[in-house]
Design a protein around this ligand. Structure first.
Ligand code: NAP
Length: 266
């Protein structure tokens, strides 16, 4: 796309909260541009990243930022109009199912194009002992039959689904302290990823973990725990991703999203 002085600078709203959202903001801000796509130095883009506000001290990406909910799909639609947004990139976490549907609805209401940036799901490799379940409730139902010392990595917002389990011991890792309800026998480990394979091996061994529970988040930042579990013969309960809105084009990497965005805005 060539720079045209008479043309309005396209305003891209990134719905963020993920490593990919940050990567896209960096690329669009021109710090990691790919030739021929948005983000190329000299190609002006106005970029705003929106964060839900779940993390107390978020690391803000380049460009503009806003924090907090929009007030449902109608609130998001009003924001898109008020801020003359040219395109929305839903780069929220694969398990942020509600926001993705709000983005699709707001896009349909305003005519602003939307695309999704979703890292691919994980796939098991030989040696993995995975139990795939459809949701957190099913994960909680599976845990007692698999082990008594559980490494629970499904995020502090999902702890309530396990709160009725008073027999297993849980190790919960999260960025900010979780709040009740949570299982009575819970130890909290405050930490922010990414975590190395050495970290995860030491954690499983040190806490004598015999079952791991994870969402199928995909990506490399939190994948070493799966490798460590495979090596240790620890079974993994894997919660499947929620459905994505139909009709929204999906890019699986920052590079693919840049290309899709360039085509969308050309
Ligand atoms: P959710 O259930 O899909 O969304 C709940 C509400 O939070 C939405 O209706 C929206 O409020 C607000 N919201 C969500 N993402 C937002 C964003 N990027 N900017 C502004 N408002 C947003 O989402 P969630 O599972 O609570 O996740 C919240 C955020 O944490 C997401 O941005 C996601 O990328 C990030 N995150 C989630 C997970 C996870 O496992 N769910 C993991 C890592 C990071 P309004 O209706 O008021 O607009």
């Amino acid at each position: 796309m060539s720079a045209d002085p008479g043309r309005r600078v396209p305003h891209v709203l990134i719905l963020g909260g993920t490593t990919e959202a940050r990567g896209l903001a960096e690329a669009l801000a021109g710090t990691a541009g790919t030739p021929g796509t948005p983000g190329t130095p000299g190609t002006p883009y106005r970029v705003t990243t929106s964060l839900a506000g779940r993390v107390a001290a978020p690391v803000l990406p380049p460009g503009e930022s806003r924090i907090g909910g929009f007030g449902g799909p109608e609130g998001l639609a009003a924001w898109l109009r008020a801020h003359a947004v040219s395109a929305v990139v839903d780069a929220t976490h694969p398990f942020a199912g509600r926001m993705s549907f709000h983005a699709a609805a707001a896009a349909a209401a305003t005519g602003v194009p939307v695309l999704a940036l979703r890292r691919p799901a994980w796939a098991p490799v030989p040696g993995d002992v995975w139990h795939r379940v459809p949701d957190l409730a099913a994960a909680a139902a599976a845990v007692p039959g698999l082990g008594g010392r559980v490494f629970l990595t499904t995020g502090r917002m999902g702890l309530a689904a396990f709160a009725h389990l008073d027999e297993p011991w849980f190790l919960v890792r999260s960025v900010d302290p979780p709040q009740a309800p949570m299982p009575p026998r819970t130890e909290v480990l405050l930490a922010r990823g990414p975590f190395t394979l050495a970290d995860e091996r030491a954690l499983l061994r040190g806490h004598r973990i015999d079952v791991l529970v994870t969402k199928d988040s995909g990506g490399s930042a939190t994948a070493p725990k799966l490798t460590a579990a495979r090596e240790a013969g620890v079974p993994v309960v894997v919660v499947d991703r929620p459905a994505v809105p139909t009709g929204v084009p999906v890019a699986e990497s920052v590079g693919a999203a840049l290309e899709l965005l360039a085509r969308t805005l050309s």
